[in-house]
Design a protein around this ligand. Structure first.
Ligand code: NIG
Ligand code: FE
Length: 425
């Protein structure tokens, strides 16, 4: 029997062993968070112009999907399909390395002590200022390749190692170059307020004014950045300064994000709720009160278990409490040269399970759908659902539960982005 209203497709991921769908996906502020996953066995997924048009049992394909002469069939035998991972918080663009500081930390120095002594972010800033756009592109492309190899189909990248207008704009241009060269989706965040440059520490208020009055208008003009992020922390930016910066960004259409409660609780969560931040990230030290404030706020709490592990913290973000409170917790890598060298999405899945005690389903949803919400793309990517972009990570695994389980190992077979195979065809 043929159906009248078959959907037409130009790409079919056919005969998959299984595909993971989310029966109750979070759909944004005011809606319920669902943590269930379902593995559809013997599945096929059809897309047209890069958007998913049908998902179902492979045996039902012909009855539901109109096959044209040029419809492309991708053989999914032996493969598991999960939504492409969204890494919603990275500092992927930088130069050099801080292996010496890593060793210093292992031997007892703290992250903030190193920053206050002119190392840390300021160390990387010197390295970034000394490289050309082409050199920065080359260093970063290596890492971007590794992120994709782990299943990432969308990545957020922050500036914040320029720390003067010229070099912040240079970083934006390099991210634009990456966007042009790479098939994955790249979302840009301006983070001029990442650290106070060494020569401005006694005069940080005027540095903040400069960011608000000069940098943000110039950044907005490039149209390269979507978000405006700030490091609200002792030895970085106070709540008052952060408020100024996030509000200045809002005036120019840059959506707020915030690094909050990473080392100390200063009030970053309250500020995130006050300015309507898209996400509040880290939240390592966030207590019950902070969690209460986040409930119903629409701010996506993004926890970064790679960072707390890499910083050797005895404590991790209270993800379980957040989940119990009904929050749409997201996870991301925070990959950067100082506080987190973990990079692959599979590694972050493992860290979420081991350190935050999240289940495999919770970790997967947090690293795909909720992370998509954390870059304000929660209705376009992050789940295998009709109407969304056909962004899929294909693994040679029997179940998504094996992604976090096989710690440090990678079973990625291919990525599909916008209905196109990245590695195989
Ligand atoms: O998210 N906290 C501030 N920024 C990064 C670290 C950046 C760096 O150390 O280079 C973070 O942990
Ligand atoms: Fe960060």
């Amino acid at each position: 029997m043929t159906k009248e209203n078959k959907v037409s497709a130009d790409f079919i991921l056919h005969n998959l062993d299984s595909a993971v769908v989310y029966p109750n996906p979070y759909r944004g502020k005011g809606t319920k968070v669902g943590w269930e996953t379902k593995e559809l066995k013997h599945a096929s997924i059809a897309s047209k112009n890069g958007k998913i048009v049908w998902i179902g049992n492979s045996a039902d394909l012909n009855e539901n999907v109109k096959i044209e002469s040029d419809t492309y069939f991708y053989n999914g035998e032996g493969l598991l399909a999960v939504p492409g991972f969204v890494d919603s918080h990275t500092h992927l663009l930088y130069a050099g390395n801080r292996a010496d500081e890593f060793e210093m930390r292992v031997q007892g120095k703290t992250y903030l002590e190193i920053l206050a002594a002119g190392g840390g972010i300021l160390n990387t800033t010197n390295a970034v200022r000394n490289l050309s756009e082409e050199e920065l592109f080359a260093e970063t492309s290596h890492r971007l390749d590794m992120a994709m190899d782990s299943g990432v189909t969308t990545i957020e990248i922050k500036t914040g190692y320029g720390l003067d207008l010229k070099n912040e704009l240079k970083m934006l241009r390099v991210i634009d170059m990456l966007k042009e060269e790479y098939p994955l989706r790249i979302v840009t965040t301006f983070m001029g307020a990442h650290a106070v440059p060494a020569d401005r520490v006694n005069d940080s208020d005027s540095f903040v004014d400069e960011i608000c009055q000069e940098w943000i208008p110039a950044v907005a003009e490039t149209k390269s950045a979507v978000f405006n992020d700030v490091f609200t922390e002792k030895k970085a930016f106070s709540v008052e300064q952060s408020r100024k910066i996030l509000n200045a960004g809002l005036k120019y259409g840059l959506k707020p994000k915030i690094h909050a409660d990473e080392v100390n609780v200063l009030g970053g969560v309250d500020l995130a709720v006050e300015v309507g931040a898209v996400s509040a990230d880290h939240l390592l030290m966030t207590g019950d009160e902070g969690i209460k404030k986040l409930v119903g706020s629409g701010v996506i709490p993004t926890v970064l278990p790679g960072t707390s592990t890499y910083l050797m913290e005895s404590h991790h973000a209270p993800a379980r409490k957040m989940i119990e409170a009904g929050l749409p917790v997201a996870i991301a890598s925070d990959h950067n040269p100082g506080s987190c060298q973990f990079l692959g999405a599979n590694m972050i899945q493992s860290m979420a399970m081991l350190q935050l005690r999240m289940s495999a389903s919770e970790s997967l949803i947090a690293g795909t759908l909720h992370a998509a919400h954390a870059v304000d793309m929660g209705n376009e990517i992050g789940a295998i659902e009709v109407g969304r972009n056909m962004d899929i990570a294909l693994f040679e695994l029997d179940s998504f539960k094996q992604i976090g389980y096989h710690i440090g190992q990678n079973y990625l077979y291919d990525l599909i982005i916008g209905g196109e195979s990245i590695y195989k065809d």
